[in-house]
Design a protein around this ligand. Sequence first.
Ligand code: NAD
Length: 478
Amino acid sequence: MAARHQNYINGTFVDSNDGGWIPVLNPATGEALSEIPNTQSSIVGDAVDAAKSAQRAWEATPAIERAGHLRAIAQKLRENVPLLAETIVKEQGKTMGLAEVEVNFTADYMDYTAEWARRLEGEILPSDNRGENIFMFRQAIGVVGGILPWNFPFFLIARKLAPALLTGNTIVIKPSEETPNNAALFAKLMDETDLPKGVANFVYGAGGSTGAALCDNPDVGLLTFTGSVGTGSQIMRAAANNITKVNLELGGKAPAIVMADADMDKAVAAIVASRVINSGQVCNCAERVYVEAAAEDEFVTKLTKAMAATKFGDPMQNRTVDYGPMINKAGLDKVAGLVERAKTAGGTVTTGGEVADTACGNYYQPTVITGVAQDAEIMQKEVFGPVLPVNVVSGMDEAIARANDSEYGLTSSIYTKDISNAMRAANELKFGETYINRNNFEAMQGYHAGVRKSGIGGADGKHGLLEFTQTHMVYLQT
Ligand code: NAD
């Protein structure tokens, strides 16, 4: 029988089988890897209670000591990179190289966040009154609920846990039911450090039960969520009942603009890398291309060749594949449906365009599809797969107008050697991030935040950290 996970509550691994069990599958083979409890409301409540009880003492601990705990966890992660990477590959399907990067980046993120311990500052403001002092303190919110997706499941733990803990909050994390095994290992390694009990808790289960129970709990002061737009709006609705603060990192439909003056080989390499990484299942991946008419033939020819040359397969069997399986059959069917409807609407597939013919696993062929209109479903909806629709534009005006014509606003990119095109993109693209002449990947010291339906608030850097704090104004009359 596959291993059954326990929740991690108040520093103890506890059985929770009040809502049955959810199997965790390897998307490359279909093999059952483990089972998680579908944790129900009362046990989620226990985890929140534990976090609430631990919070005052944790906040009273000097920030530099809290940072020391983050560094100790980072050290544990670094000592276990092969095991952690293999665990991620087996349940999520990314390549081994990418999984190793994810684990190391996660450890670096913990250390980076720890560096902020001596840098969190309040403000002192001039008063209108004699003898009065005005202070703005930055204080912890209390208990944070962190709800995670499956695509970068390990890194997302740190993106929620590290800033929450550094700023004096405690946390309850609900990993995705698709990828809980890496979280269970995180909890185990964290438990081997001397982090005080209750400061960080993990509960497993489905979104509609475990996730919803976390959102409904009135003792959660901040819900930080990464996932789809649909779930983001459900979480916002639930948060409305208790006026709980939300931080939402949602989907994307990143445009890549290719101007005729671009270095075409570099543009193609960056766009392909950005599209096939993690089988295209990345929120900031290039999701649609706008190429200037004068460069259409050269770009489409080179793009088609490069996409056709990418290799997919079971990343546990072959370290050299560019991408692995889609997370599950539903994800595969979604991609296949979008491509079929784009073909019916007049799109021309220049490579790929089908579910891969493999003995097992959820694989989609690397695909380029041209002749798709701006209002085509595939240019508007998040594909989340190794598929690039290409649309031809007359110049910068049309490229910027079409790029901005999206309900999403997470990331965007432009390839050009002309500095005035680059600056226009910087000024006029309405997205949280714009990458100029490089593929899409954000820095931990930046600020990853979407506009429109891509989210509310953001993560990383100073501004991400401040989202885990609340202000407290103090007026002192002497
Ligand atoms: P999802 O929305 O299906 O699930 C995310 C999490 O929410 C899971 O843990 C799930 O159990 C939980 N959930 C589902 N329903 C819930 C409910 N009613 N209440 C509380 N929790 C609930 O997303 P996914 O498929 O895991 O992830 C893919 C999506 O995440 C894509 O849209 C992608 O663009 C987005 N994403 C965004 C970023 C970013 O930084 N903006 C990063 C990674 C992924």
